[in-house]
Design a protein around this ligand. Structure first.
Ligand code: CA
Length: 237
């Protein structure tokens, strides 16, 4: 059965172009051009992925995404016309899984959609078939006052559980498992966000910044997640 994608966009030309291209890739597509209608359709259809424009009549994309986040785990790819909205789009408050800034290439959008759907399938598989080896599932990484429980996907600092988003956890555990190594933004994107994620590296930078605010005593002068100029990041422990 093909994946169902809900396209929420009030610019009719773009909505139609998106629907046309997604259908050509073999997806089932439903469309909405208004926030309340999109919310009702999401609840009724349970799409596999939602492409959501920020600027919408009715409820805007921010508010809609916030509501959806409380009700379902459907991945949301947000379309924004403004670069300065990105922090908010992928932030805790709104919580989109990914974003694209307008104008975007249709080809890149298709690659993102494919990568997001693949991640969902992998997560479902892992959920249904947890790792076979005890060792892999019961690892605990400890760095002084910082502990990462790989089994429970929990991070504690000074014995206190930290509230980290799933992507922040994925990023931190990836960095921590490669302690001392310089990891490029591209590699991090590929390994944490998906193999064929044609993302932009600001996604990595934004998440690193959030992690630093949580695990660094002085976020502006980090000593755990260190920036290696023109190379990437290195986790020091
Ligand atoms: Ca719009």
């Amino acid at each position: 059965m093909s994946d169902l994608i809900l396209v929420v966009e009030d610019e009719l030309a773009l909505q139609e172009t998106l629907a046309y291209n997604l259908k050509r890739q073999g997806y089932e597509v439903e469309t909405a051009g208004e926030g309340y209608q999109a919310l009702a359709m999401s609840r009724k259809l349970h799409p596999d992925l939602i492409i959501l424009d920020v600027m919408l009549p009715g409820i805007d994309g921010f508010e809609l995404c916030r509501i959806l986040r409380q009700e379902m785990t459907t991945p949301v790819l947000m379309l924004t016309a403004r670069v300065d909205e990105i922090d908010r789009v992928v932030g805790l408050e709104v919580g989109a899984d990914d974003y694209m800034t307008k104008p975007f290439s249709m080809r890149e959008l298709m690659a993102r959609v494919k990568a997001m759907l693949r991640r969902v399938r992998l997560i479902r598989q892992e959920f249904n078939h947890p790792p076979a080896t005890e060792e892999a599932s019961s690892q605990m990484l400890v760095f002084d006052n910082l502990a990462i429980d790989m089994n429970r996907r929990e991070v504690t600092l000074n014995g206190q559980a930290l509230s980290v988003k799933p992507k922040e956890y994925d990023l931190l555990s990836f960095l921590a498992q490669h302690r001392g190594q310089v990891l490029s933004r591209e590699l991090i994107l590929e390994r944490v966000w998906g193999w064929d994620y044609i993302g932009d590296s600001r996604t990595v930078d934004v998440h690193v910044r959030w992690l630093r605010e949580k695990i660094e005593p002085v976020p502006a002068n980090p000593h755990r997640i260190v920036t290696v100029r023109s190379a990437g990041y290195r986790f020091e422990g």
